[in-house]
Ligand binder design. Sequence first.
Ligand SMILES: [Zn+2]
Length: 416
Amino acid sequence: MIKIIRIVLLFYFVTNVSTKRVDYTNFEVLRIAANAKNPELKNIMANYRSITLRESPEDITELAIPPDELIVTKKKLKKAGINYTLQTTNLQKSIDAEMAAVSANVFQFNRYNTYDKIEEYLNSLDGCGSIACSQTITIGETDEKRPIYMVKIWKNGMQLSNRSTILVDGGIHAREWISPAVVLNFINFLKTNTAAMNLVDEFQWFVIPVLNPDGYVYTHTTDRLWRKNRKQSQVNSNCFGTDLNRNFDYKWNPLQSASSDPCSFVYRGPTPFSEKESIALRDAMLQQGQTYTSYISFHSYGQYYLYPWLHSDQLTADWIDLDDCAKAATAAIFGYKRKRYEAGAGGSLLYQASGTSADYAKAIANIKYAYTIELRDKGRKGFVLSYRQIIPTWEENRDGIIALVDCLVQKNNLIK
Ligand SMILES: [Zn+2]
């Protein structure tokens, strides 16, 4: 009898999950030549089911529009005199092609991997490579009971200690698949590649490859464009998830750059640090007994090297130091294969965002060199970036980080 109930339950679960997958068939991605604050565009974004993919400083807003809203949206844009171009005709086709290339059986550095495979890799990692040693620890557990991992990496022949450390994370936002992919390549590089010698000579590295595993899994099983974590709202049970990068307790309040609506994709959460993932990252910043020289958070997309403040268009007192090192990094990226990443203070260059991890790192955790890196691309494929771009994106950012570290060493007068 129990067996039958189990089978019935399993059947229900499987069918229930399979019917829930969000379908982006015939969604068009429009690149709209207007600032997201434009009243006409604001109206479309607030009252229709369009999905905001990106807002950019060049007065460009990218939206994914459902097929039944295409006519009305285009009419409204035309009436307001706003130009747009078509980026993608059938978003689901790009998603299907990308999904088909996901590596589900074996972990691969040049593919997007399922969370299971990433977990297997991280759990098999402990020990020393030719350049560095590593230890994978757990820094928290999500609502869906997934561990959040952090990999501690130090130079082979030395001990893990309280020397200068750099904290790196990826995958705060679930749909930004290129971020964990680049961070996983970075872990492998630090452990095994002679070109990483300087990086481990100067610093220890604490690396969190996927801060938001529940969200990441959800982008594989159900909704490729999901951004937040997956905790159900207590205010509105139809809505799930908090934007973890709006949940940090520094300038959490300003509402114009985050939302108090649990259904919004930039929902800041009911209170600061209401989420297990942001708590885990906060504790990694404050409670590992480390002196962090730098905090680097990988996102996508747009190709930017951003430093605080993100919550306002003000600059920090020492912004020039951060700018120097960001420009050293973007110059190295450009020198590699001519990809342009723009460096600047997030709030003035891009858009203002409150309650972010980078502002918290700078203001509260006292980590001077706090960066948010927006990886490829500049909007052609957006979040649904082909796996073929993983290695090129990683390689240009490898050169960026090497230049960044050189700059940090010079600024801090560090000696080997
Ligand atoms: Zn992001």
